[in-house]
Ligand binder design. Structure first.
Ligand SMILES: [Zn+2]
Ligand SMILES: [Zn+2]
Length: 321
């Protein structure tokens, strides 16, 4: 099979590897589609993993199953998650399942930008049946799951006023998810007119200076963080969804944090419950993410896919091997 391996944050080489075969409890899938995530083009975040076959927003068709697999069969089309928590350790029990040791060590072999992936046994129970869903829509289960988890960590409730900063694919998914959860007032801050209009079409209103309960940041720009912190009303929550550079300080006034009981939270990745909630919203037709797909490219064009996402030319690029 062919795979697209990132050797640096800008270089991708196509390689031929032996087709994977499933061990006991494992599954091998033909990759039908794999979305490009913001984290795949976040240099500081991704450079630690390289060289690697990136891509974790995967939809596949089961090609082979290992001994003992009885939850899926050859020919099934599935949404694949790339991490699974143990559900039992201290971190899992405290609601930090994405920080679980098993979560961090489970992975797809070799990664989603490949013709096939081997799904290790721990991940097989997390496979979600694609059913009649378009594979491209299925690639949004993972990113939407991450967004839902972040909104939960920010304790967003229907009566809250939400500010979403950045109307890329994650910001737009946050707008849609909040609306789906009954949030009436969703504000958007986005410098680009085309993207801001898209967020407005999805139910957000351009933000000026209204105080908000939760600010959801899809950018790590210092000015954006400081601006969002300043927009928080008393008791507000600043939810960091994009990683800042290592060592970067946050532009949040400590006195304001204390006197106004502000909370800063972050959220990384998605657990099984978030994946299922995202799947239900997409499969149930509550959120239709297909409008976010601006580019579909073949595996040979993975480098271009990453580039389109990095430059912000695309809202969402999906690699279709
Ligand atoms: Zn992702
Ligand atoms: Zn655990």
């Amino acid at each position: 099979m062919r795979v697209a391996r990132s050797t640096t944050t800008r270089d991708v080489v196509l390689e031929d590897l032996a087709d994977p075969s499933p061990g006991p409890g494992e599954v091998v899938c033909r990759v039908l589609a794999c979305g490009v995530c913001g984290s795949d083009v976040s240099d500081g975040y991704v450079s630690r993993k390289l060289p690697a076959v990136l891509g974790h927003e995967v939809v596949g068709e089961v090609l082979a199953t290992g001994a003992g697999v009885d939850t899926v069969a050859v020919g099934d089309r599935v949404v694949v998650h790339h991490h699974a928590p143990c559900g039992d350790c201290r971190r899992c029990r405290r609601g930090h399942e994405t920080l679980c040791d098993r979560f961090r060590t489970t992975a797809l072999d070799p990664g989603g930008f490949a013709e096939q992936v081997r799904v290790e046994a721990a991940l097989v129970p997390e496979l979600l049946a694609l059913g009649a869903l378009d594979p491209l829509a299925g690639t949004f289960v993972e990113p939407l799951g991450c967004v839902l988890r972040a909104l939960d960590r920010a304790r967003l409730t229907a009566g809250d006023e939400l500010l979403v900063v950045g109307a890329g694919s994650n910001g737009l998914l946050a707008v849609a998810a909040a609306r789906a959860r009954g949030v009436q007032r969703v504000w958007i801050r986005e410098p680009r007119d085309d993207r801001r209009r898209l967020a407005e079409a999805w139910g957000a209103v351009a933000h000026t200076d209204e105080p908000v309960d939760v600010a959801f940041l899809t950018t790590a720009s210092e000015a954006a963080i400081a601006g969002a912190a300043a927009a928080l009303g008393a008791g507000g929550v600043l939810c960091l969804y994009a990683t800042t550079k290592a060592g970067a300080a946050l532009g949040v006034d400590g006195e304001q944090l204390f006197l106004r009981e502000l909370t800063v939270c972050s959220s990384w990745s998605a657990g099984p419950r978030d994946m299922r909630a995202a799947y239900d919203l997409i499969a149930g037709g509550v959120i239709d993410p297909l409008a976010l797909v601006t580019h579909c490219v073949g595996l040979d064009d993975t480098a271009r896919a990453l580039d389109l996402q990095r430059r912000g030319e695309a809202i969402k690029v999906v690699v279709v091997p």
